[in-house]
Design a binder for this molecule. Structure first.
Ligand code: CIR
Length: 264
């Protein structure tokens, strides 16, 4: 069944707030500048809008330093939205904050109730299945609960592994079209993409694997010329977006939006 897993009528984003300086990070590479982050974020939102999508831009939520990374709070499918259960204490409340917003678009919004955990960044929805990586934020029980919820909508969920030391499954991969995935070599080496067409990020450019296909555009972080050329040569309509400040908090292109086409 074709679900058009990269075409969307809507997106939700949230502006970064001054509390981003308290955002989580695996390695401290310096404090993010709110001013630069806001510029990059505006570029990102403009790119989404340029495809004709309707973008709901939420104001910053200072109580949640990482809430600019809205993707982790929910999974949006055409059939319904599911509030996630983020696997780190400072982000747990973000899912409840997102629920009423999703209800503006979906008749019913489900939730992962626990005891398991699952972050949206660990979920890659393709045309044929939903791949979910276990990680420091997502465990088997969270995946099991998601599997039960989406079964009735006809989705199969496949549990895979996020490489050790990588924050989220999608830190290392993105869907480019019905059959093509951009992946780091380290993730592809796990064998999780058998049957898909894979394009590898260039050597030393693993940090740009978190891209997004959004309608006719592929958005990727700027500063990765070899991978950019690879994608352009493969025929993708590429838009490179500044990501230096989000990257200091381990964020990339997918984390900054929820993308969906609600069928109500
Ligand atoms: C975190 O550690 O949760 C944030 N600093 C970064 C979240 C990035 N989100 C994503 O990859 N989906």
């Amino acid at each position: 069944m074709s679900r058009r897993s990269y075409t969307f009528t809507h997106a939700i984003t949230r502006k970064p707030g001054s509390s981003i300086t308290d955002g989580l990070r695996a390695v401290d590479t310096g404090s993010p500048s709110l001013q630069i982050f806001l510029q990059h974020h505006a570029e990102y939102v403009a790119a989404l809008k340029s495809t004709g999508a309707c973008v709901t831009e939420l104001e910053a939520h200072e109580d949640f330093p990482d809430s600019v990374f809205v993707e982790d709070a929910a999974l949006c499918l055409p059939e319904g939205a599911i509030a996630m259960r983020p696997g780190t204490p400072s982000r747990l409340g973000e899912a409840a904050e997102m629920k009423p917003i999703l209800k503006e678009f979906y008749g019913r919004v489900l939730s992962i109730e626990g005891p398991g955990f699952i972050d949206g960044g660990d979920i890659l929805t393709t045309e044929r299945e939903i791949l979910v990586g276990t990680s420091a934020r997502t465990d088997c029980r969270g995946i099991e609960e998601l599997r039960d919820l989406v079964k009735t909508w006809g989705y199969s969920v496949r549990e895979v592994k996020t490489p050790k030391g990588v924050l989220h499954f999608k830190t290392d991969c993105s869907l480019l079209d019905e059959e093509t995935i951009l992946s780091t070599k380290r993730l592809d080496a796990s064998g999780c993409f058998e049957g898909y067409r894979i394009l590898h990020t260039a050597e030393g450019e693993e940090a740009c694997a978190n891209a997004i296909r959004f309608n006719d555009l592929v958005l990727m972080p700027d500063g990765f010329p070899k991978t950019a050329k690879l994608l352009e040569d493969a025929g993708y309509n590429l838009r490179q977006i500044g990501n230096s400040e989000a990257a200091k908090l381990d964020g990339g292109m997918s984390c900054l939006s929820l993308r969906f086409t609600p069928s109500r």
